[in-house]
Design a protein around this ligand. Structure first.
Ligand code: NCD
Length: 306
């Protein structure tokens, strides 16, 4: 799984059904342990920092009865000058599936060409993060009574230029054209031309970019999806000067929203959402994390059973 482009609606339906089943089997403790892939090894190959993606894949694989190898780019033969190609070839011999995170756009696609086993894109630069989009969509689906038809609007707040989670989720939302997409970008973080083009193509309307200096119609949105400033992807000094986290979701803002709005964040959070709303029922960012393990269990099961 390299890109959301590889995914269609029947696949999502199958994945969500399987995820629902895993959650049901977990019972009240929420921990589902199956022993269905004890002959399989997952290789985590993370060339960039990660907490949730790496550890949730490890937790998911172990919950399916499988084993995990964690490749460490910093202590590997890459340091001796070994190529990316030979590294991936090696990892594909040691495991049955690879999860790759890498700072370069296109790296997952490239790895897939070198690997003899399936590669899952765990984030390639500012390009894509398909499994995060799947768990995000699943969180929206569960929060609205298993019915995406009742969701009409989503607001993306933050670094709309460099966030791969926004990019992948928008691509996934192409399959649900009744959902209108709005942006509320930080200074210097407007959505890129290609993102805007893909949306105007989908919705056949002018894309909605809101100006943070004007009153924001918070009451319009069903979903508010926040992201952190992707400092590591802001390359020029000029851009760094212009980019700032200048919108924080507070209790005051939440009070202006629909009663059943959900506040999402792929995490890590720095200061984009005030901790004062962490315990509100609208705040689902920790729930997203929980669903992340279950979606990844379902996904690994589907890919390893092929
Ligand atoms: C995101 C990522 O790595 O793109 N985190 C994640 O996978 N949960 C978001 C981010 O780092 O800001």
């Amino acid at each position: 799984m390299i890109s959301i482009n590889d995914i269609d609606k029947p696949f999502i339906d199958k994945l969500f059904e399987k995820t629902d089943d895993i959650i049901k089997r977990g019972g009240s403790k929420g921990k589902c342990r199956l022993n269905i892939h004890s002959d399989k090894i997952l290789v985590n190959a993370f060339f960039e920092p990660s907490t949730r993606t790496q550890l949730s894949f490890e937790s998911a694989m172990k919950s399916l009865g499988g084993s995990v190898i964690n490749f460490n780019a910093y202590t590997s033969s890459l340091k001796k000058g070994e190529s990316f190609k030979d590294t991936i070839k090696t990892l594909s011999i040691y495991g049955d599936i690879i999860v790759l995170r890498h700072p370069q756009t296109g790296s997952a696609k490239e790895a897939n060409e070198y690997s003899d086993v399936p590669v899952i894109n765990g984030g390639d630069g500012s390009n894509e993060h398909p499994t995060q989009a799947l768990l995000d969509l699943y969180t929206i689906y569960k929060s609205f009574d298993n019915n995406l038809n009742t969701v009409n609007t989503i607001l993306f707040v933050g670094d709309c230029n460099n966030s791969r989670t926004i990019r992948s989720l928008i691509k996934l939302l192409h399959l649900y054209p009744h959902i209108s997409i709005y942006f509320l970008p930080y200074s210097g973080c407007n959505p890129s031309e290609d993102m805007l083009h893909s949306i105007s193509h989908k919705q056949n309307i002018q894309t909605n970019i809101l100006d943070k200096n004007q009153p924001i119609p918070y009451h319009l949105f069903d979903v508010i999806y926040c992201t952190r400033l992707q400092k590591e992807r802001i390359y020029t000094m000029k851009q760094q000067d212009r980019s700032r986290t200048d919108i924080v979701i507070t209790k005051e803002i939440l009070n202006k929203c629909k009663n059943n709005v959900i506040i999402m964040h792929p995490l890590p959070r720095i200061d984009e959402i005030s901790t004062e709303i962490d315990n509100e029922p609208n705040s689902v960012y920790f729930k997203q994390m929980e669903y992340g393990v279950k979606i990844r269990m379902a996904l690994l099961d589907l890919l390893l059973s092929r």
